[in-house]
Design a protein around this ligand. Structure first.
Ligand code: 9MR
Length: 375
């Protein structure tokens, strides 16, 4: 065994001990000001505290992603963390239908282009979100009087326009989002009403025509563990594959609630992988009832670690995207009264225990590749 390998094994053991030991070492790790400032201080922080989250993820062959809001890129702290800690960027709202085509035929690409350019400039993957979804549709479409065949044409034209514009730049697209009800029946949407479940295959075919190199995903929430909704996604994915529909992956959003973590996330991801599909945790956050306490933050770190472990245990899990990295920008407080603190950075843009737990989980998983014996 060479020296490097011995050192790596020792570090892995140390890291594992830190995690198993109730995250004492993790929570003690100081979130210094250097983490939230660029230049020399950022470099000093890296020397003291190690690599970026994306480096740790990359040591396992995975990406570390974040959703990004275009207007927040004006904030240098926000932009620096998005640029340096993450290797995949998902526009949180900028590529949604109501954002890109608020009036019929009147397109606004400013925010979507800005995020695509940001990802290019920082050599990050771009995760396109989202082509077909019942929510955040423009009023002209929601309220218009269209025949089923109009809706089909409008949908496929939309896909051709948006996926076509970013052709060759988007690595992964959420083609269809949130297609199911909680009981696993199809959600009634304007698309389902017009075409029945065939709208899904149509959407994937249109996306593939528009950008043949992009990996195409179906994405949903409450499909993280086993259950009726993920069963329905599984049955659909299998059927689409059997019909030769160009679907390449399944996204589980991962909008989780502290203390209610699905036990069977790994098994769920693995069954999609066994179909020959890639899987991604596309929108991870773990919300808690406010106020924040030390205990809740440590519990949250354990749960972020568990999600990371589930992903690294599945060879075809390509990475995890957090749905905003900072509690300052998260969608959660606006939607769930009294809840928040769901992200890996706090409102001051300082990393929380959840950040360190994710990084350590990736680091340990990365070291495992180098250890002798069974993989
Ligand atoms: O984070 C997004 C928030 O800013 C928007 O107001 C909201 C509108 O529906 O959408 C949020 O993002 C959603 C994502 O696009 C799809 N999955 C659920 C996310 C949280 O609602």
């Amino acid at each position: 065994m060479n020296l490097l390998r011995v050192r790596r094994a020792a570090v892995a053991a140390l890291a594992a001990t830190a995690l198993l030991g109730g995250l004492g070492a993790v929570s003690a790790s100081p979130a210094t000001a250097a983490e939230t400032s660029g230049g020399a201080r950022g470099e000093a922080h890296r020397k003291a505290h190690g690599r970026a989250l994306s480096d740790a993820a990359a040591s396992t062959g995975r990406f570390a992603g974040t959703a990004v809001a275009a207007d927040r890129l004006d904030d240098p702290t926000y932009a620096r963390i998005a640029a340096t800690q993450f290797s995949s960027i998902t526009p949180e709202n900028a590529m949604k239908w109501e954002s890109v085509e608020p009036e019929r035929g009147d397109f606004n690409w400013t925010d979507a282009d800005r995020i695509a350019d940001f990802a290019d400039a920082n050599e990050q993957d771009l995760y396109g979100h989202v082509l077909v979804w019942h929510s955040q549709l423009p009023a002209w479409l929601n309220e218009g009087d269209f025949s089923p065949s109009d809706i089909r044409t409008i949908m496929t034209d939309h896909i051709a326009t948006v996926a076509g514009r970013y052709k060759g730049r988007v690595d992964r697209w959420d083609v269809v989002n949130e297609a199911f009800n909680e009981d696993g029946t199809f959600r009634e949407t304007i698309f389902h009403n017009a075409m029945g479940e065939d709208y899904i295959a149509e959407a994937f075919r249109a996306a593939h025509r528009a950008d043949p190199d992009a990996k195409l995903f179906i994405n949903d929430y409450n499909t993280d563990g086993l259950g009726p909704k993920s069963d329905a996604t599984y049955r659909l994915a299998k059927k689409l594959l059997a019909e030769g529909v160009p679907i390449h992956g399944v996204g589980v959003q991962g909008h989780l609630v502290l203390g209610q973590q699905p036990e069977d996330m790994k098994a769920n991801l693995q069954r999609f992988a066994d179909l020959g599909l890639d899987v991604v945790v596309t929108e991870l956050d773990i919300r808690m009832e406010l106020p924040v306490t030390r205990k809740k933050l440590l519990r949250q770190a354990v749960e972020y670690k568990a999600v990371t472990d589930a992903c690294t245990a599945v060879a075809r899990c390509e990475g995890i995207t957090v749905w905003g990295f900072s509690d300052a920008d998260s969608w959660v407080p606006g939607w769930f009264e009294g809840e928040g603190a769901a992200c890996p950075y706090d409102e001051e843009y300082k990393p929380k225990p959840a950040y360190y737990a994710m990084k350590l989980a990736y680091t340990v998983a990365g070291w495992k590749h180098h250890l002798p014996g069974r993989r």
